[in-house]
Design a protein around this ligand. Structure first.
Ligand code: PMP
Length: 407
C-alpha cells in the first residue's frame, strides 16, 4: 500500500507526534485545514529572520530581496496551476476572499438586473453567500443545480439551467461534505458552449488532484493556502488575464494604484490592481514552499495513496451496523461523511475526540446541503497523505466503542 516512505513523511509534520488527552493524535480533519511540514514552518521563520521588509516600494536591499521572493512565489503558484502567466495569479486571504472578489467585481462589470448566476446544491457557504450579496446589490437571480442521491451533479439538469440569461456558473471542484469530484472540465466546456464564464472553487481539490487551469479552461480558479499544507491567511485567485483586465478593483488603497490625486486614481497593472495594501509576503513565500513540497512528493502519488485510504476506510465503516455514508459518488476524494441512526454526530465527535481522534461534525459550512440531505449534520473524516491505515484501524475500533456507549 505504501507509495512513499510514510515514516519520513510523518516526521516532516511535527504536530503529528503530539498527544491529545495523553493519546497519540489521529488527525482526520484535513478538509478543514491541513498540518504544516517543517519546511513551511522553517520558511516562515527564515523570512522574518533574514529578509523581512515591506515589498514593492523599497529601494533598499531587504525590500528588494523580499519583493523578489514574493514574486517568485507568485510564479511558483502559476506553475503549480499551469497558468500562462504569473499576472493571472492574485494573492488573497483565501478561497472566501477570492470568491468575494469575483462576486463583487465580475457582477459589477458584467451583470445587470435579471441576469442569472448558477451554483450547485453542494456548495460551501463561501460559494453561496457572496453571490447572494451580489444578487441583492445588482438584482440578479440565483439558480441552484441539483444533485442525485449519490451526491453527484445531475449534468442534464445543470445544462438546462445554463441559459442565455446565465452570466456565470460557480461550483466546487470537490465537495467538502460529500467528497464528490465534479467533472469540471466537461462542465466548463458545457458552459463555454453557451458563452458562460465559470469559477471553480478548488479549496478541496488542489491538495488532492492535479489541477491545470489551462487544460480545464477555467475562467477563475480559487483556493486557500492552509488546505494545501501552507499557512493560513493566504490564498489565490487565478483568473484569465483578459477577464481580470476587464474587472474593476475590489478594494482600494496602496499597491493597487498607478497614480493618485485628490480627485482621481488610475489603477496598477495586473495582478496588483487586486492587491490593495501590504500583501502577505511571508504567507506567499511559505505557500510556495508548501506547493514545492507537494510537487516533490508528486500529486498523482498523493492522490493514489489517499484513494487507497478512502477505499479502506469506506469498507471498514460499512461493516458497522446502521452506518450511512453520505456521498457515494463514483468519483470521490478522501472525504467521508457519515451518520449512524439514532446517534447525534456531535456526540460521536465529542467522544471520538477523547480517544485522540480529530473529526469534524456539523454542517461543514454547507447548511443548505445538510438540510437537503435531511440529517442533523454528519461526522466527517478527511485524509491527507500523512495518514495511515493503522490510524484508520484505531479510529474504527474507537468508533465502535463510542457507538456502544451512545446506543
Ligand atoms: N470552499 C470549500 C469547498 C471549502 O471546503 C472551504 C473550506 N472549508 C471553503 C470554500 C472556504 O475556504 P476558506 O475558509 O479557507 O476561505
Amino acid at each position: 500500500m505504501e507509495l512513499f516512505n510514510l515514516d519520513a513523511i510523518r516526521a516532516d509534520f511535527p504536530i503529528l507526534s503530539e498527544k491529545v488527552y495523553g493519546k497519540p493524535l489521529v488527525y482526520f480533519d484535513n478538509a478543514a485545514t491541513t498540518q504544516k511540514p517543517l519546511c513551511v514552518l522553517n520558511k516562515i521563520t527564515e523570512v522574518y529572520t533574514t529578509q523581512n521588509a515591506n515589498i514593492h516600494r523599497g529601494v533598499h536591499y531587504l525590500s528588494q530581496k523580499a519583493t523578489m521572493a514574493h514574486e517568485n512565489a507568485r510564479q511558483t503558484v502559476a506553475d503549480f496551476l499551469g497558468a500562462r502567466s504569473s499576472k493571472e495569479i492574485v494573492f488573497t486571504r483565501g478561497t472566501t476572499e477570492s470568491i468575494n472578489l469575483v462576486a463583487t467585481a465580475f457582477t459589477e462589470r458584467f451583470c445587470k438586473a435579471g441576469d442569472e448566476i448558477v451554483f450547485t446544491q453542494m456548495e460551501h457557504h463561501a460559494n453561496i453567500v457572496p453571490w447572494q450579496m451580489a444578487a441583492q446589490r445588482a438584482g440578479l437571480i440565483l439558480r441552484v443545480a441539483p444533485i442525485n442521491e449519490r451526491g453527484e451533479l445531475i449534468l442534464e439538469e445543470l445544462d438546462k439551467l445554463l441559459t442565455a440569461k446565465t452570466k456565470l456558473l460557480t461550483l466546487a471542484h470537490i465537495s467538502n461534505v460529500l467528497g464528490t469530484i465534479n467533472p469540471v472540465k466537461e462542465i466548463i466546456k458545457m458552459a463555454h458552449q453557451k458563452g458562460i464564464r465559470v469559477l471553480i472553487d478548488g479549496a478541496q481539490a488542489v491538495a488532492h488532484s492535479g489541477v491545470n487551469v489551462v487544460d480545464l479552461d477555467a475562467d477563475f480558479y480559487v483556493f486557500s493556502g492552509h488546505k494545501i499544507y501552507g499557512p493560513t491567511g493566504i490564498g489565490v485567485l487565478y483568473g484569465k488575464s483578459e477577464l481580470l483586465e476587464e474587472l474593476p478593483p475590489y478594494q482600494g488603497g496602496g499597491e493597487m494604484i498607478q497614480n493618485v490625486t485628490y480627485e482621481k486614481t488610475t489603477y496598477n497593472e495586473l495582478p496588483y490592481k487586486f492587491e490593495a495594501g501590504t500583501p502577505d509576503y511571508v504567507g506567499s513565500v511559505a505557500l510556495a514552499t508548501a506547493l514545492d513540497y507537494v510537487t516533490n512528493i508528486g500529486i498523482e502519488r498523493i492522490a493514489s495513496y489517499e484513494n487507497e485510504l478512502l477505499e479502506y476506510a469506506t469498507s471498514k465503516l460499512l461493516e458497522i451496523p446502521d452506518m450511512r455514508i453520505i456521498g457515494t459518488a463514483a468519483h470521490k476524494c478522501s472525504v467521508i461523511s457519515f451518520v449512524i441512526a439514532g446517534i447525534h454526530p456531535f456526540d460521536l465527535g465529542t467522544l471520538l475526540d477523547k480517544t485522540g481522534v480529530a473529526v469534524r461534525t456539523g454542517n461543514h459550512c454547507a447548511q443548505p446541503l445538510i438540510d437537503l440531505l435531511e440529517v442533523p449534520g454528519t461526522v466527517r473524516i478527511s485524509f491527507a497523505f500523512y495518514n495511515t491505515r493503522e490510524e484508520i484501524d484505531y479510529f474504527i475500533a474507537q468508533l465502535k466503542r463510542c457507538i456502544a456507549i451512545l446506543k
